[in-house]
Design a protein around this ligand. Structure first.
Ligand code: NAD
Ligand code: UDP
Length: 323
């Protein structure tokens, strides 16, 4: 795939101080691009971009993209990654989640239209809800409860896809939609409540590992660097998507908990707790389109990725203990 966006381009990343956003910022800077990150730090952290202080091609604007995007000057691409992403956290900020998927998507697309910039939206496997088709191809319309406890996130993302498609079809904006499957890695917030940060933190602290239900539900886990490679390939490709990006490393949550106990060498026991309502039973992307259209091939296996992630969380915990 030819690299289209890099040196000489100016790229805006909303949610650029978040887990995925900050890795994208790093990758775009490494390509030689100028990058502007906008983030209100509702779930992200200034620490994720602290290493970029003094980088002349990087700037950070602390702002809520629901209210507007206070960035002037030409833009070649806009990557909309702002949104709470963890179930307990988006349930803590339900209205903010609905608005960042709706108002903020309009704000980004209006800006993309003004600049003739390419727009790429971070969508999600949650668009498939609790899927009745497995693995999930992009052609599957999903099984989402529109009034359930996950709806503020799932429906916000589905609406965001609808706005994106409308601006493409009726306003001629160059758009792309990536449907991201469960991604993990350094810079995830240790307290965000998702399975991997929870299990790793619990294992490192010697606390019980809380597996919801009987742990037979599955997720397919993707390391951050593989996701970033897929997103940049989509950005370069000119393809509209939606395109799934993730891996076929499908694990039950009981298997994931056991693997993390082994890799941390923890003495923690696994305990089984209540299962949240509407929690999807299974999830695995059909990666045919990503492979054929983007040449996408994830490289990092779960053990390798989890070892890196465990090392990151261990250093976060020891820094907190020292403070
Ligand atoms: P994250 O919480 O680490 O990052 C989200 C960032 O967006 C944070 O820095 C947060 O402060 C910022 N943000 C939220 N609302 C904002 C607002 N109104 N204005 C400005 N900034 C705002 O989560 P993440 O895992 O890095 O997710 C990034 C994006 O990828 C999200 O859009 C998420 O829905 C999507 N996604 C992630 C995954 C995953 O597995 N990590 C899966 C599917 C989709
Ligand atoms: N989960 C769990 N224990 C936890 C946190 C999550 O068993 O402490 C389960 C959760 O119910 C779901 C799976 O792990 O079945 C993945 O959850 P996560 O929040 O990471 O991602 P999502 O549900 O958004 O795919």
């Amino acid at each position: 795939m030819t690299q289209t966006y890099g040196e000489g381009h100016r790229v805006l990343v909303t949610g650029g101080a978040g887990f995925v956003g900050s890795h994208l910022v790093d990758a775009l800077l490494a390509r030689g691009a100028e990058v502007v990150a906008v983030d209100n730090l509702i779930t992200g952290s200034a620490a994720n971009i602290a290493h970029l202080a003094g980088e002349p091609r990087f700037s950070f604007v602390e702002a809520d993209v629901i209210e507007g995007i206070p960035v002037s000057g030409k833009l070649d691409a806009i990557l909309h990654f702002a949104s709470p992403a963890s179930p307990p956290v988006y349930q803590q900020f339900p209205v903010e989640t609905l608005k960042v998927g709706s108002y903020a998507t309009f704000n980004c697309l209006d800006l993309a239209k003004e600049h003739g910039a390419r727009f790429l939206m971070a969508s999600t496997s949650e668009c498939y809800g609790d899927p009745s088709v497995h693995p999930q191809p992009e052609s599957y319309w999903g099984n989402v409860n529109p009034i359930g406890p996950r709806s503020m996130y799932d429906e916000a993302k589905r609406f965001s896809e609808a706005v994106t498609s409308t601006y493409r079809n009726f306003h001629g904006v160059d758009t792309a939609i990536v449907r991201i499957f469960n991604t993990y890695g350094p810079r995830m917030s240790i307290s965000d409540g998702r399975a991997i940060p929870n299990f790793v933190a619990q294992a490192l602290r010697g606390e019980p590992i809380t597996v919801h239900g009987d742990g037979s539900q599955t997720r397919s886990i993707c390391y951050a660097s593989d996701l970033v490679a897929g997103i940049l390939a989509l950005l370069d490709s000119g393809q509209p998507g939606p395109i799934n990006v993730g891996t076929t490393h499908e694990l039950t949550m009981a298997e994931l908990a056991k693997l993390i106990v082994t890799l941390t060498g923890s003495a923690s026991e696994v305990v089984f707790t209540d299962r949240p309502k509407d929690d999807p039973e299974m999830r695995r992307p059909d990666l045919t389109l990503a492979s054929e259209l983007l040449g996408y091939a994830p490289k990092v296996d779960p053990e390798e990725g989890l070892r890196e992630t465990i090392a990151y969380f261990a250093s976060t915990l020891s820094a907190t203990a020292e403070a």
